[in-house]
Design a protein around this ligand. Structure first.
Ligand SMILES: *Cc1c(COP(=O)(O)O)cnc(C)c1O
Length: 365
């Protein structure tokens, strides 16, 4: 029997096409734009929903990427297994620092923790003296990272080997935001307490900003996956993912009829609708109801009525070409930018990608 966690719909369901050469092109674009820095790949949350194994494998072999970041040690251990034939072995960093119960996993899988406060630093130094670690310094995000007040005590821990200090920008989605400069200045000042440690400030946003933000290592996530880290689209980034699903039924309806749950879509005159095998159960947000579009047979069609768990209805009344069962609708991809799709869903490409459900088949090009 198939375990319940392996819910997939390989037939007649939605899928996401993942262009791994575009992932490589995006990696190379960032790396070439920051020749003084190492470009590391962030593959947390299963490679932003697109498959950490496939993405890490292709970046390590084709692009010789040698540093990877994940959020949890379990994700790091899975990556270590994927890298078993790659030399030199890539470094795997874990953003969420170690807990007493995960220290063994860090050791077994040869993971480098990002220490986020004095207590973590203390415990790591006690348990794993002289093992390499990264220190996350908070420069204004107030989320994760050690406050300035703890740094002197951390620097004084004799058996702690901080190989890199990092921080994270709160407002890199807007390169002109004054907080970027403020955080950069504070980072430089605070990093002085760790002479000899490498420095890392930027994720995709800072990595694609001026060289002032590059330092020694870039932690690039969303740009690899084909989406802009900025509020605006950025044509330096190649699209990677295409979300597609088939038409399962085509219907006619007339004035006075309604479409979908809650009868929210009123039909104004003779109309045609195509029902698509994609829903919020696959991670396509219900908030896109009546707003987002799909690209079908060369034209755009808007969602009519509310998105349901397994199905979406498109208004195809005005399309020039006929639509039939089995035709394919694209919800984002080369023909419909993920930026626009996310905006129509009231969210960001980050959330759209990482929200893709287990039923969405991952197909690698
Ligand atoms: C997720 C994350 C990144 C990657 O961010 P992108 O905007 O996707 O490039 C980098 N650094 C930290 C600390 C993160 O949490």
């Amino acid at each position: 029997m198939t375990p319940p966690s392996a819910i997939t719909a390989k037939t007649a369901g939605p899928w996401v096409e993942i262009d791994l050469s575009a992932v490589c092109a995006n990696y190379a674009m960032v790396r070439n734009g920051a020749p003084g820095a190492e470009t590391a790949a962030v593959v947390k949350c299963d490679g932003y929903g697109l498959g950490a194994a496939a993405v890490a494998q292709v970046l390590a072999t084709r692009e010789k990427c040698r540093s990877f970041f994940v959020a949890y040690p379990e994700e790091g251990a899975a990556l270590r297994a994927i890298f078993k034939n790659i030399t030199p072995a890539p470094a795997i960093y874990v953003f969420n620092g170690p807990l007493p119960e995960t220290t063994a996993l860090f050791e077994q899988a040869n993971l480098i923790p990002v220490l986020n406060n004095l207590e973590q630093a203390h415990k790591w130094a006690d348990r794993k003296p002289d093992a390499p670690a990264v220190l996350h310094i908070d420069t204004g995000m107030n989320r994760l990272g050690a406050p300035a007040s703890e740094l002197a005590a951390i620097a004084a821990l004799g058996s702690l080997r901080i190989e890199m200090v990092m921080s994270h920008l709160a407002c890199a989605s807007d390169p002109k935001h004054p907080k970027n400069t403020a955080q950069r200045k504070l980072f430089e000042e605070l990093a002085q307490q760790f002479p000899g440690a490498r420095r890392s400030l930027s994720a995709s946003g800072g990595a694609m900003m001026s060289a002032d933000y590059h330092y020694d290592l870039l932690r690039v996530g969303v740009a690899l996956y084909g989406a802009s880290p900025f509020d605006e689209e950025d044509n330096r980034i190649a699209p990677v993912a295409a979300l597609k699903a088939p038409v399962v039924q085509v219907r006619q309806a007339d004035r006075g009829e309604t479409v979908g749950y809650g009868a929210t879509h009123q039909v104004e005159g003779p109309a045609r609708f195509a029902t698509i095998a994609l829903g919020y159960g696959d991670g396509f947000p219900r908030a896109s109801s009546g707003r987002a579009h799909a690209f079908i047979n060369g034209e755009r069609a808007r969602i009519a009525g509310v998105v349901s768990m397994d199905l979406i209805t498109l208004d195809i009344t005005k399309l020039k070409r006929p639509v039939k069962t089995g035709d394919i609708a694209e919800f984002f991809g080369p023909n419909l930018s993920i930026h626009d799709a996310a905006a129509a869903c009231g969210t960001l490409p980050y959330e759209l990608l990482t929200g893709l459900g287990g039923r969405v088949d991952r197909r690698y090009l």
